[in-house]
Write a protein that binds this ligand. Sequence first.
Ligand SMILES: [Zn+2]
Length: 290
Amino acid sequence: MAFGARVPGTVEHELCGDWLANQLAQYGAQVHNQYGTMPNYAGNSQPLRNIVAYLEGNTTKAILLCAHWDTRPWSDEEEDYDNRFAPVPGANDGASGVGVILEIVRQLSLLKAQGASIPSVQIVFFDCEDMGSPRHYTGKEREDTWCLGSQYWAKEYAKTIATQSPNNPIQPIIQYGILLDMVGDPSATFPREYISATYAASYLEQIWRTASRLGYSRYFVQQSAYPITDDHYYINTIAGISCVDVIDYKPNTETGFADWWHTQRDNMQNINHQTLQAVGETILTTICSK
Ligand SMILES: [Zn+2]
């Protein structure tokens, strides 16, 4: 958050990306930047940078942990039209998921140093998740203008898996994935979202059961939600990895999200350390269990 809004193409974005890559490397992960382009909402070529890392574990399990690290260039849910052209600060929508994953990786590296058994973890911070058609855009709105970084990564992953030699694999086979998106609100509730429940039911059950055992059922609720367009959709459908989305959903609002969503109020005031703790502990416990 200290870098400012992480809008693709800005210096804040570039510096924050370098910092994230460096943090992951400090925890002992192998890091590489995946650069690419995707068509954006207006049909122009959008450069993107996914930050991809691999922390080698000491069991046969490999798990994908991911979140988007970009912030939306427009606060287009602001009531006042003039306020819609400033970037979203992105404390929840972006930074919260990335922050929790960084801490999980740090914890895993400490556990590994102590000789505990940990799974291998593929980490991906996706770029350009939040570049979908803004409300002021008058052209045709398309769902696939969101999640550009994950679409790119998923296609590359599928290609690598299809062509790599089984004797000398470049890309480890991932058992399942967990996506974190907007996981810091004091009153966050994570529903059993439809795409996750369809493609990754058993992993969803495992996460929700772990949360309940740890006393975090007030966050990981027994409530279903309609399909939510998010990075996990492409991970499930293009990469072929079962992936669960842990996303804050508010069934009683017009947008389905908290009132700060895509506004200037998505700032540190709506970040609560207990929520971050609940999510981090639940995910770490789940991935380290047999
Ligand atoms: Zn967003």
